[in-house]
Each structure stands twice: as C-alpha cells, then as structure tokens.
Design a protein around this ligand. Structure first.
Ligand SMILES: Cc1cc2nc3c(=O)[nH]c(=O)nc-3n(C[C@H](O)[C@H](O)[C@H](O)COP(=O)(O)OP(=O)(O)OC[C@H]3O[C@@H](n4cnc5c(N)ncnc54)[C@H](O)[C@@H]3O)c2cc1C
Length: 351
C-alpha cells in the first residue's frame, strides 16, 4: 500500500500527540524537533476533562493521572491571602510539562522518523505539512504571511516548582493591582507562577533578573508567597514574555495545517492552551485516518476554528480582569460579592 508522507514540524505537545494518533499503516510520519532533549524544568499544566478524553484516546490517561495530581479546589485571594472566592477543581488533573511530553513521546509508534534540529526551510513534497511549531511558527509565517506573526503581550510569566507541599490555606491565585500570583501542590512540591506587566524581553528573558524583580514586586504579599519566592532559584524557575497569535479564519489550506499554539496561542489565564493542542491533534489524527485529505481538513477547520478562537478571546478577557490596574478595587469588590452569594446559595441548598 502507498504510504502518504506527513511532515510534522515541532515535537511538542501537539506534534507528539498527532504522531501518536496517525495510523502507522497509512502514513509515513516524520517529526522535526529543534529541542535536543526534554526540558529539565517544567511547571504544572492543568488538564481539563476534554483534554483528558484526548489523553485517553492516546492510551496514556491512566499514566498521566498516576503521575500527576487531582486538582480539587482553589481560591481567589487578595495579596494578603484572604480568600475572596472559593472554587471547585471540576475534575482537573495537574501534570508537569516534562512528564506529559515523556508520556506523549512514549505513545509515538516506532515507525515514526525523528529529525533533530531546527527547521528553517520547510521540507518539500510532503502529502501533508503540519505546523505544530508553537507560537512563533515558521509554517504559519510561510503560508499565512507576515501579518499572522506572533505578538508579544506586555506581560511576563515567571514560574517554577520548589520542594515541599503548600498548606491548603495558602493554595490559590492571588490577585493584586496589575499582577497575579498562583500557588498549588505539584506531587511533593509546590508549583508557583507570577504574571505582571514588564519591559523585560520580549525574547531571552534572564531568569535571575526576572526572579529578583518578582521578589521586589511581591514583597508585600502574604508570608506564603514571600516564602515561595525566597526559595525559588534560577535552576528551578522559568521566565518568559507571553506571546499570542492574531486571529485566523482557518487552520488548514491546501496541504498545510496548523495545530496547537501555531494555530491559536492564547494567554495562559484559562489554562487551556495545552489542552486545546491535545484536542486539535487527536481530532485531526482521527479525521485523517478516516477521510480523504480535503474532507478531513475541511472538517478540522469546522470543528476547531470557532471554538479555539473563542477560547483565545476569553483567555485574553480573563487576563484583562485578573491583571486589572485602575479598576482593581471595583473588581475585588465584585469578586467578594460573588463569593458571599455563592456561600449563601451553598448553605441554603445544604439546609
Ligand atoms: C506561563 C504559562 C502557563 C501555561 N499553563 C497552561 C495550563 O495550565 N494548561 C494548559 O492547557 N496550557 C497552559 N499553557 C499553554 C501551553 O503551554 C501551550 O498552549 C502548549 O505548550 C502548546 O503546545 P504546542 O505543542 O502547540 O506548542 P509548544 O509547546 O510550543 O511546542 C512547539 C514545539 O515545536 C518546536 N519547534 C518550534 N519551532 C521549530 C522549528 N523551526 N524547527 C523544529 N522544531 C521547532 C519547539 O521546540 C517545541 O518543542 C501555559 C502557557 C504559559 C506560557
């Protein structure tokens, strides 16, 4: 049987998931990845239920659950740590990025070829070229044009994992004036992140400098936040500017298709980017396995564009609320009111 050649540019979450889902009996798949090895430092990614279904289709949900942790509840807190609103975890599973990549990698069949190194010029003559090369995708640049290039937001994300689990009274997301800080258990460690406007970057942010800036910025936060930041070190932390992509009306044209951040990089405020990358990959793989190319790509556009573009927008709106500056006192008053109302509703339904 004639095998169709599929070139996947990028062996991150989206690229590996697609390589794991394509039928090895029909497709001759090559994954091109510039990263020489899996990242050593990686914070927790929250997997929503739809992403867990995608992991189940790849046969690795059990392993992700056993190596990750179930996120049960959290709270929105003021900088001093007072809870403004309590939230249920809605069945989320937290897994570290390196662990997720390792498990996705283990689901890729041996028949898939791997090419190490950065791709600067796309290989030609493939039956299908897949852009799974993240927010700064060269596939999107080459086929969708310069106007589709990634854009830096004004926000810095500084994050890491430190040893020792946090106390339940400290877990949650702290909302200040133009800044957020998150803190949650991750295995036997603590996953933390901070985000605020900064002129650092947009490329090559120095981690030590970003950590110093973060310590100064959060110096008046609760003792739990200060203690995490005093333990964090450049070796167990990451710092980067957040980049997003402009809206696209379709993710496939001709015999080229985009998935994951290459198609719809969003701000991390809803914790959905990696989840949607997995769903893109599993859906696209299934469509390609079952339908001719043109029909499969048309169906992929129909299934994925509107949903992910709405999420991209919602993430950015959520980021605007969480990182509010001038409107912060009104925002906090509103959040507290919602918190009080939901407590009253809960106590009424118990009695
Ligand atoms: C601070 C922060 C927190 C986040 N938290 C969450 C969360 O809790 N939950 C969630 O679902 N999402 C979260 N996300 C989003 C998530 O990280 C991304 O959406 C996800 O990584 C996208 O996966 P991807 O495979 O599309 O892209 P990437 O993960 O960027 O993978 C792209 C791959 O392509 C490779 N590559 C790029 N260019 C080339 C080239 N030219 N040649 C060869 N290889 C190339 C890269 O090395 C990389 O391995 C967060 C993001 C940030 C910044």
């Amino acid at each position: 049987m004639l095998m169709e050649r599929v070139d996947i540019i990028g062996g991150g979450i989206a690229g590996l998931a697609l390589a794991g889902r394509l039928d090895p009996g029909r497709f001759d798949v090559t994954v091109y990845e510039q990263r020489p090895e899996l990242p050593a430092v990686g914070t927790t990614l929250a997997m929503w239920p739809a992403a867990q279904r995608a992991l189940a289709e790849l046969g690795i949900l059990g392993a992700v659950r056993s190596r990750g942790s179930i996120i049960k509840a959290g709270a929105l807190r003021s900088p001093s740590g007072d809870p403004m609103l309590s939230m249920e975890g809605e069945g989320l599973v937290g897994v570290s990025r390196p662990e997720l990549l390792r498990l996705l990698d283990s689901a890729v069949p041996d028949t898939v070829s791997r090419v190490a190194g950065r791709v600067d010029r796309l290989p030609s003559d493939a039956w299908l070229t897949v852009g799974a090369d993240g927010v700064k995708s060269i596939v999107r640049r080459d086929f969708w044009g310069e106007r589709s290039a990634a854009r830096p937001t004004p926000f810095l994300a500084v994050r890491g994992v430190i040893p020792g689990t946090p106390s339940a009274e400290d877990v949650g997301e702290y909302w200040g004036r133009g800044e957020i800080f998150g803190l949650a258990p991750a295995g036997d460690g603590t996953n933390w992140y901070a985000s605020y406007r900064s002129a650092l970057g947009p490329d090559g942010v120095d981690v030590a400098e970003a950590l110093e800036l973060t310590r100064t910025r959060y110096a008046k936060y609760s003792p739990a936040v200060r203690s995490v930041l005093s333990t964090a070190a450049p070796g167990n932390s990451l710092a980067q500017r957040i980049w997003t992509t402009p809206p696209l009306r379709r993710y496939a044209q001709g015999n080229v298709v985009l998935l994951g951040d290459a198609a719809h990089a969003m701000t991390p405020n809803l914790g959905r980017g990696a989840c949607e990358a997995l769903i893109d990959a599993v859906n696209l793989g299934k469509l390609l396995n079952e339908q001719p190319l043109k029909e499969a790509l048309a169906a992929y556009n129909r299934e994925r564009v509107l949903r992910t573009q709405l999420l991209r927008l919602a993430s950015s709106l959520m980021g605007g609320v969480a990182l509010a500056q001038g409107a912060q006192p009104w925002r906090d008053a509103l959040v507290k009111q919602i918190g009080k109302r939901s407590k009253r509703t809960a106590s009424r339904s118990v009695t």
